[in-house]
Design a protein around this ligand. Sequence first.
Ligand code: ATP
Length: 250
Amino acid sequence: MSLFQARGLTKRFGGLTAIDDVSIAVEAREIHALIGPNGAGKSTLVNLISGLLPLDAGHLSLDGTDLTPMNAHQRVRAGLSRCFQVTSVFRHQTVRGNLLLAAQAHDGSSFRFLSRRASERQLEDTAMALAERVGLAQEFDRVAGALPHGAQRKLDVALALAARPKLLLLDEPLAGMGPEDSLKMVELIHALRAEEAILLIEHDMDAVFRLADRLSVLVYGRVLVTGSPAAIKADPRVQEVYLGSEEETA
Ligand SMILES: Nc1ncnc2c1ncn2[C@@H]1O[C@H](COP(=O)(O)OP(=O)(O)OP(=O)(O)O)[C@@H](O)[C@H]1O
């Protein structure tokens, strides 16, 4: 069984079926990218999976746990963590402060048998380990709002990692980044795959095709095709969807 399975997801907005019987699976250590033209339903699908929007129909499971009846917070606790297009960083806090808060929010109860000093030390270690994982150890004591955009997005990823997710939802992680930051973020996402499965929504097709193990193409709220990067590139139906902007699938 796949680590993550979504089956028959459906969402209507009045007369519009924005997501129409969508099924998608993500395996352990897989980067599964979701692509599609503007308005295809990618954001709606991510909101359904993370629990920000209620489903009209369908089922979701993660590592054998039924997520369907859970709200967004319960889904995070069950192992589904999300990075937002709009960063969720506390701008006036330092990197350390942000990561301590996140570590405490997700780990607080596991420290209740430790002394206060021991639990504080443990939280500090967790915060530093998160900073190191995303390459922000040098910026640990800097105020988050003063960091360059690329570093803030890394911090956003670290905040999502604090929940120790089994599946990480990355919603346009490269949005607003220059080429140098994009390259660093691609490297970071590539490295994350060793521990977290990733569902990636991203407009930068170069990055998507470099990172993804499999892709699903969403068109008018339906999955047109799922396959390897090579199969997706060669698929005439996909080429037709992107006709007029061939460089996007190149
Ligand atoms: N809250 C809403 N109420 C009504 N219609 C909506 C709502 N949210 C999305 N839609 C519609 O659902 C469809 C899918 O939109 P969605 O934003 O999910 O697409 P997308 O693939 O994420 O687009 P983009 O790549 O431009 O962000 C669109 O037709 C959109 O107008």
